[in-house]
Design a protein around this ligand. Structure first.
Ligand code: SAM
Length: 162
């Protein structure tokens, strides 16, 4: 099959030994079904960058908003802005851990991909977790501190991955 593009192809990788587990305290999550050595590429995920308006007018009002990542873009005047992006593949399934992330992620703004890599050896049975950043807008299942009011819980049910 010929490659109908002048741009070099982007190698896609996903490591073996991953399972999706339902009904964890964080919802669905990605777990290791075998040991995964440090530095293993876990997944390479294509992204769809949303228009700045599109996000505010539409996506923020849907469940999809809980899955978007911040994505730096330039507006028509060349000013830096933060758009939102949908990350396909496992990028939308990794849960957050504040103290024990074992997967790091890097944006490639030109190729429109995010690459996930093991930060340390991950043992069979462990959940693969990334960092969403510091401004979590949902109740962290790992934390013992509970939000006090219903409004606070509503507010916390929204996340933005940084
Ligand atoms: C990108 S999705 C991750 C996959 C999600 N668990 C699912 O079932 O589709 C982000 C959502 O997962 C949940 N989540 C992720 N990390 C969490 C955590 N540390 N504590 C509680 N919920 C978490 C939150 O509901 C958050 O809005």
């Amino acid at each position: 099959m010929g490659l109908a593009s002048n741009k070099p192809p982007i190698p896609l990788k996903r490591c073996t030994g991953l399972v999706l587990v339902s009904d964890t305290p964080k919802g669905r999550g990605v777990f290791a079904s075998e040991n995964i050595p440090a530095k293993t590429i876990i997944d390479v995920c294509p992204v769809l960058v949303l228009g700045l308006d599109e996000n505010v007018k539409h996506i923020e009002h849907t469940s999809l908003w809980h899955y978007t990542y911040n994505w730096p873009v330039r507006d028509g005047n060349g000013n830096r802005k933060v758009a939102q992006a949908i990350v396909f593949g496992l990028g939308s399934m990794f849960n957050h851990s504040t103290h024990d992330q074992n997967v790091g992620w890097v944006r490639d703004e030109e190729c429109l991909i995010v690459t996930y890599q093991a930060l340390r050896d991950i043992l069979e049975g462990e959940e693969l977790c990334i960092s969403y950043g510091e401004r979590l807008t949902f109740k962290d299942a790992d934390s013992s501190v509970s939000p006090s009011t219903e409004d606070e819980i509503d507010e916390l049910n929204q996340i933005q991955l940084d």
